[in-house]
Design a protein. Sequence first.
Length: 152
Amino acid sequence: MKTLNELLNQEPVFLNDWSESKKIGVLSDFEDVYITKDEYEATECPIPNKEYWLEKKAKMDKAIEDYKNVNILFASYGYANYSGDAWVLFEEDGKLYEVNGGHCSCYGLEGQWEKEPVVLEELKNRLEKGTFGTDSYCENEFATELKSFLGL
C-alpha cells in the first residue's frame, strides 16, 4: 500500500458523475450550489438568468474558499435509479479523511459533508474483505480504481 506522501503526489481521481467536474462538482453537490464547472468558469453568462448565475458563482467562490485546505485525492458519485451515493477521500492538515453521502430522488448531497478520519489499513480491509465501492444500484462502483490508487 502506498504511503500518505505517495498518495498526495498522485493526480487526484474523480469518477462517475464527478469525472468531468472535479472539485467544483464535489463542492457544488455537497454545498447545495448546483453550478456546473463550465458555468462556473464561463466569462460570459451561459444561461438566460444572469443574476441567478452570478449568485451561484458567488456561492461557489465561498465554497472554494471554505474548502481551500481540503485536498481531494479520490472522489466518486453515482446517481441512478432515483438515488445517489458518494464517497470522497481527502487530506486536510496532513491527515486523511473520508466523507460519505447518499440520497433518494427528493434530495441531494447537501449538508452531508461530515468528515471522518481514515486509517489506511482499515480502508484496505473494507476493499479486500468487504463490498466497499461495489454499489451497482446507484452506479457508484469505484473499488477497482481505489485499489489501484492506493497501490493494493
